[in-house]
Design a protein around this ligand. Structure first.
Ligand SMILES: [Zn+2]
Length: 158
C-alpha cells in the first residue's frame, strides 16, 4: 500500500504550527485539511486523553455554530498521536486564511467556564474522560503561538 501523504512529512522537522495538510477534490468542491499541531512530535509530552477529548467537544461545538464557517466545517477531531487536531474545511484555503478563525476558536476554548457540551452518558461514548482545566491550559499554550505565528509555522517543512 502507498503511504498516505501525512506520513510522508518528516515529523522530526515538524514544530507546533498551523499547516494546510492536503486538498481533496470532490466534483466541483475542494476540501482543505488543516493540521493544527499543538505539540512537537516525539519531543513534547502529548495531550492527555482527557484534555484532547474536552477540546474535541468544545472545538466541534464552537466551529459548527460559527456564524461564517458553520456550513463549511466538514470535520474537527484529534490526531491519534495526540499532538494536535485535524480540521477539514470546504474550500481551497491556505493556513494564513484561517489564522483568525483558529485564534477565535482557541480563545473560546482557553476561556471556557461552563459545562462541556455533550459530556453526558447519553451523548458521548466516554464522558468521564474530560479535563476542562488541563484543556484550557493546552488551548492557551497554542493560542500564544497563533497570536504571532511565524511564516515557517504555516507551511510544512520541505
Ligand atoms: Zn465524547
Amino acid at each position: 500500500m502507498k503511504p498516505i501523504e501525512s506520513f510522508t512529512i518528516d515529523h522530526t522537522k515538524l514544530y507546533p504550527g498551523l499547516y494546510a495538510s492536503r486538498k481533496d477534490r470532490y466534483g466541483d468542491t475542494t476540501l482543505t485539511t488543516f493540521d493544527l499541531r499543538m505539540k512537537k512530535p516525539n519531543v513534547e509530552p502529548v495531550l492527555g486523553t482527557d484534555s484532547v477529548h474536552a477540546l474535541e467537544h468544545l472545538g466541534a461545538t464552537y466551529l459548527r455554530n460559527h456564524p461564517d464557517y458553520a456550513s463549511r466545517i466538514v470535520y474537527f477531531g484529534p490526531m491519534g498521536c495526540r499532538t494536535g487536531f485535524y480540521l477539514i474545511l470546504e474550500g481551497n484555503l491556505e493556513s494564513r486564511d484561517i489564522v483568525p478563525l483558529i485564534i477565535e476558536l482557541f480563545e473560546f476554548m482557553a476561556g471556557y467556564e461552563q459545562e462541556i457540551p455533550g459530556a453526558s452518558e447519553v451523548e458521548c461514548g466516554n464522558f468521564r474522560d474530560m479535563n476542562l482545566e488541563d484543556a484550557k491550559k493546552e488551548a492557551n499554550d497554542y493560542l500564544q503561538l497563533l497570536k504571532s505565528i511565524p511564516e515557517d509555522r504555516l507551511h510544512y517543512p520541505q
